[in-house]
Design a protein around this ligand. Structure first.
Ligand code: DGP
Length: 114
């Protein structure tokens, strides 16, 4: 999508620190990390959030989830653990309207999620 920030990052028009990429998914470091590891996993096809998941194929959605695990492995989090979060809409404080999964790790998380 022309005016979407993350689509612009996928096209390489805005620089990003790539962690992982395949045909369906791009993963890069969050500009404002909230944990020692904070990577965003996004589908290459635009969908605004999980609320618009029907716009993606099952393969595109599955690739995102698989990539979260791959990123965790690449970042050395497979043993210690990691958290995956996807904010959807206003109440969840979604600020970029392109579906993304935050992969967070590198320190012990709090039990409370919200
Ligand atoms: P959310 O609040 O769930 O919509 O998360 C959006 C995340 O995107 C937020 O943690 C900051 C990150 N972000 C915003 N703009 C950029 C950018 O230009 N580059 C990178 N790498 N991350 C960005």
């Amino acid at each position: 999508m022309e005016n979407c920030l993350f689509c612009t990052i996928i096209r390489g028009e805005i620089p990003s620190a790539k962690v992982y990429e395949d045909d369906l998914v791009y993963a890069f470091r969050d500009i404002n990390p909230q944990a020692p590891t904070h990577v965003l996993v996004i589908p290459k096809v635009h969908a605004a959030s999980l609320g618009a998941a029907e716009q993606l194929t099952d393969a595109q959605l599955a690739a995102c989830l698989r990539a979260c695990g791959k990123v965790a492995e690449l970042e050395g989090l497979a043993e210690t653990g990691f958290r995956v979060v996807s904010n959807c809409g206003k109440d969840a404080c979604q600020s970029v309207e392109h579906l993304h999964f935050h992969v967070l790790g590198g320190r012990a998380m709090k039990e409370q999620m919200a």
